[in-house]
Ligand binder design. Structure first.
Ligand SMILES: *Cc1c(COP(=O)(O)O)cnc(C)c1O
Length: 235
């Protein structure tokens, strides 16, 4: 028998507590984002009933459908964490509370223009391609200060931090190395922007080294909802 979603959430939360304590950190300084991409609305409701409030989605159309279907749960918080095509930015600006995957100035400008003035500003992270992989989105570390300064001036966006997906490796020293470089970037960003409080890193396979290095938000899909079906969904 596989675990239920509620049991998985409880397990991950207790892992987060132990990992944070081992790193001399407050467990409450690490938030859990439940990544529900490709999973049905009924799974999101199970996680909600278990107390989970923050959910991450990768595909615009799928995410928007879930946001609308669950609009009656007014304390749900939706994070967009996937690649952004500019012709879809409007839907992110209208429907989501957060966006972790800003990877170019043009997208930030579009989101800022498309976010309605009567909405709370969109909470944003800049995605950093920390291991310089051609297959991954994100700016280079060198580009971060300039794009952060621009975003910080956009009234409909609130700059919260950075997000990254380090290169896939099961070698823990390599995982640590990427996470530590991200933590340095994050600290440097905080010296210019003291309100920055989100270092979005760590997924099901690597929350340990991520929390050890200072992650403030781990994004967990498989560890909560189980394996995803292999065929990736497209927008
Ligand atoms: C899918 C995804 C996750 C979750 O990955 P798991 O390995 O299933 O925990 C986290 N972040 C991003 C950006 C993702 O696309």
């Amino acid at each position: 028998m596989s675990n239920t979603i509620a049991q998985n959430i409880e397990n991950i939360l207790s892992q987060i507590t132990v990992l944070a304590q081992d790193a001399d950190r407050e467990p409450a300084s690490v938030q859990l984002l439940a990544v529900s991409k490709t999973k049905p609305i009924s799974d999101v409701i199970q996680a909600y009933d278990a107390g989970q409030r923050h959910f991450g989605e990768n595909y615009v159309q799928e995410g928007v459908e879930k946001v609308h279907a669950l609009a009656h749960l007014s304390d749900l918080v939706w994070h967009f964490i996937g690649p952004i095509q500019s012709n879809k930015s409007k839907f992110i600006a209208e429907c989501f509370d957060w966006c972790h995957s800003i990877d170019r100035l043009k997208i930030a400008q579009r989101l800022n223009n498309q976010r309605a003035v009567d909405q709370k500003p969109l909470q944003v992270c800049i995605q950093v391609n920390i291991d310089n992989e051609v297959t991954k989105a994100g700016i280079t570390p060198e580009e971060l200060p300039a794009i952060a300064s621009q975003i910080a001036q956009m009234p409909q966006l609130t700059l919260r931090g950075i997000m990254a997906i380090p290169k896939a490796t099961s070698i823990i020293t390599e995982q640590r190395d990427s996470f530590e470089r991200l933590a340095h970037l994050y600290q440097a960003l905080q010296t210019n922007f003291p309100d920055v409080d989100i270092l979005s890193m760590g997924m099901s396979g690597d929350i340990g080294p991520a929390i050890e290095a200072g992650s403030t938000m781990v994004r967990v899909g498989t560890g909560i909802f189980g394996q995803r079906t292999p065929s990736p969904k497209k927008d």
